[in-house]
Design a protein around this ligand. Structure first.
Ligand code: UDX
Ligand code: ADP
Length: 456
C-alpha cells in the first residue's frame, strides 16, 4: 500500500478545521495542510489560538500542539494540491438559491469548482475524498469533471461523510460512533478505501470503520441527519400537545426515552433545530425524492422542516400574545444567538427568525450570547430579512446578561448555554419592567429555579 505523506483539505471551516486537527493529532507522520480561498480565515487559523475562526471546546489545545509541526494552514491551494496524495473536499454545500431545484437542492458550485481546479493543477494520481455532505451520485459528477479535464492523472473518489456535531466536534472526532468510507468496487477503488481505513485505524478500532459502496455512503449522511431532525420535530410536535393539554413535555420525553428501542438521546424539545445541516439536508432529500418521482416520500420528509418552522413561530407568537401585536418601543432580550451551546455558529439559528419577527413588529432587541457579536447578528439579519435597513438599528449585542435585560418586558431563552442556568434569575427580574415575562424555548430552567417561567 502506498505510504501517505501529504494530505490536503480544501475548506477551513467547521468541518475541515476540526477534522484535520484531529487527523494531525493522531497521525504525526503525515502532514496535513488545510487550504481555503478566504485569506482572512487562513490568517486567523495561523493567528492567536484564542481567536480562531471557530469556537469549539478542545480545539485550541490541539492547534497549539500540532500547528506548524504536521498541521498547516495555507492560501497556497495550488502547491497543496500538487504535493498531496489525498485531497479532502470540505467546502460548503448550501441550499440552491436560484435555478432548477431552488430552495431545495444542494448548490454544488463550490465542490465543482474545487474539482475543476484540482483537475487543472494535479500532476500525479490522487485520492479525492468527499467530506462535505453531498447529494447521492455527486461522485459520478466529479468523475465526469476529472475525466473531461485531466485524462493523464487517475483520480479515485471516496465518500467519507463527517458526522461530527458542533460544540462536541473534538470529542466526536476522537471517538466517533462510526467512520463511514464509500468507494468503487474496482481494484483501485478498494485500494483507496484501504488507504483511508489505514489512516483512521491509527486511533479508531477497525470494527467502527465501515466500508460501503459510494452511493450508500453519500445517502447515509443525508439519511442520518434526516432521522435526527425528524426526532426533534417529533418531540417538538408533542410539546405543542403538552402546551395545549397541561402535560409536561420534559416528563413525556423522559418517559418515552426510557424505552430502549427509542433511546433517550435527541429528545430535547426546543425552539427548533438550527445549524447548517439539518434543514439543508432534508430539503436536499426532498428534492432527491421528487427527482425520482417519490412524491409521497418527499412530502413525508418535508413535514419535518414545516414542523420546525411552526415551532419557531410558536415561540414568537407566545411573546406577541403576551405583549401585543404592536411591539413598538417594547424592549425584548434574547439569550442565545448560536444554534446550540458551545459553538459560535449561528447558521439557521432559531434566534434569527424569532428576532426578525419581533423586529418587524417594532420591538427593540438586546441579544446576549457568550459567543456572538454585533457583526454576526447584523450579517444574519441581512441574510434573512429584506427589511434589513429598517430594522437593524433596533437590535444590538450586549456583553453582559444583567445589562442586556435592563428595562426589558420579556426575556426569551433560545440557546441552551450552561451559563444561563446559573444566572441569578431573581436579579434579572429586578432589571426588567412591566410584566416581566420570561420564556424558555430550551426548557433548561425547568426544575432549576422557582421563578415563574413560560415554556413552549
Ligand atoms: C448535526 C448532526 O448531529 C451531525 O451528526 C452532522 O454531522 C451535522 O449535523 P449539528 O447540527 O452540528 O450536527 O448539531 P446537533 O447537535 O445535531 O444539533 C442540531 C440542532 O438540533 C441544534 O439546534 C440543537 O439545539 C437541536 N437539537 C438537538 C434539539 O433541538 N433537540 C435535541 O434533542 C437535539
Ligand atoms: P462547513 O460547515 O461545511 O465546514 P464552512 O462554510 O464553515 O462550511 O466552510 C467551508 C469553507 O470552504 C469556507 O471557509 C470557504 O471559504 C471554503 N471554500 C469554498 N469553496 C472553496 C474553494 N473553491 N477553494 C477553497 N476554499 C473554498
Amino acid at each position: 500500500m502506498k505510504k501517505i505523506k501529504n494530505v490536503t483539505c480544501i475548506g477551513a471551516g467547521y468541518v475541515g478545521g476540526p477534522s484535520m486537527s484531529v487527523f494531525a493529532e493522531n497521525c504525526p507522520n503525515i502532514n496535513f495542510t488545510i487550504v481555503d480561498k478566504d485569506e482572512k480565515k487562513i490568517n486567523a487559523w495561523n493567528g492567536d489560538v484564542d481567536n480562531l475562526p471557530i469556537y469549539e471546546p478542545g480545539l485550541k489545545e490541539i492547534i497549539k500542539k500540532t500547528r506548524n509541526k504536521n498541521l498547516f494552514f495555507s492560501n497556497d491551494i495550488d502547491n497543496a494540491i500538487i504535493n498531496s496524495d489525498i485531497i479532502f473536499i470540505a467546502v460548503n454545500t448550501p441550499t440552491l438559491k436560484e435555478g432548477p431545484g431552488a430552495g431545495f437542492g444542494a448548490d454544488l458550485k463550490y465542490i465543482i469548482s474545487c474539482a475543476e481546479h484540482i483537475a487543472k493543477i494535479a500532476k500525479s494520481d490522487k485520492i479525492i475524498v468527499e467530506k462535505s455532505t453531498v447529494p447521492i451520485k455527486t461522485a459520478e459528477k466529479l468523475n465526469e469533471i476529472f475525466s473531461k479535464n485531466n485524462s493523464s492523472v487517475h483520480f479515485e473518489i471516496l465518500s467519507n461523510p463527517e458526522f461530527l456535531a458542533e460544540g462536541t466536534a473534538i470529542q466526536d472526532l476522537r471517538s466517533p460512533d462510526r467512520v463511514l468510507i464509500g468507494g468503487n468496487k474496482s481494484k483501485s477503488g478498494q485500494n483507496a478505501v484501504s488507504v483511508l481505513v489505514e489512516i483512521y485505524s491509527k486511533w479508531i478500532t477497525k470494527e467502527k470503520i465501515i466500508t460501503t459502496n459510494l452511493w450508500s455512503s453519500e445517502l447515509s449522511k443525508l439519511a442520518s441527519n434526516a432521522m435526527l431532525a425528524q426526532r426533534i420535530s417529533s418531540i417538538n410536535s408533542l410539546s405543542a400537545i403538552c402546551d395545549a393539554t397541561g402535560a409536561d413535555i420534559k416528563e413525556v420525553s423522559n418517559a418515552i426515552g426510557l424505552d430502549h428501542r427509542i433511546g433517550r438521546y435527541f429528545l430535547n424539545p426546543s425552539v427548533g433545530f438550527g445549524g447548517s445541516c439539518f434543514q439543508k439536508d432534508i430539503l436536499n432529500l426532498v428534492y432527491l425524492c421528487r427527482t425520482y418521482g417519490l412524491d409521497e416520500v418527499a412530502e413525508y420528509w418535508y413535514q419535518v422542516v414545516k414542523m420546525n418552522n411552526y415551532q419557531r413561530s410558536r415561540f414568537s407568537n407566545k411573546i406577541i400574545q403576551k405583549l401585543g401585536q404592536d411591539l413598538t418601543n417594547k424592549k425584548i432580550t434574547l439569550f442565545g444567538w448560536s444554534f446550540k451551546k458551545d459553538t459560535n455558529d449561528s447558521r439557521e439559528s432559531a434566534s434569527i427568525f424569532v428576532a426578525i419577527e419581533l423586529l418587524s413588529r417594532g420591538a427593540k432587541i438586546n441579544v446576549y450570547d457568550p459567543q456572538t457579536s454585533n457583526e454576526i447578528i447584523y450579517n444574519d439579519i441581512k441574510e434573512y430579512s429584506s427589511n434589513y435597513s429598517n430594522i437593524i438599528d433596533n437590535i444590538k449585542y450586549v456583553n453582559d446578561p444583567y445589562k442586556a435585560t435592563e428595562q426589558s418586558s420579556c426575556v426569551g431563552i433560545l440557546t441552551e448555554w450552561d451559563e444561563f442556568k446559573s444566572l441569578d434569575w431573581k436579579e434579572i427580574k429586578k432589571t426588567m419592567v412591566n410584566e416581566k415575562f420570561i420564556i424558555d424555548g430550551r426548557y433548561i430552567l425547568k426544575d432549576k429555579i422557582e421563578e415563574k417561567i413560560t415554556y413552549l
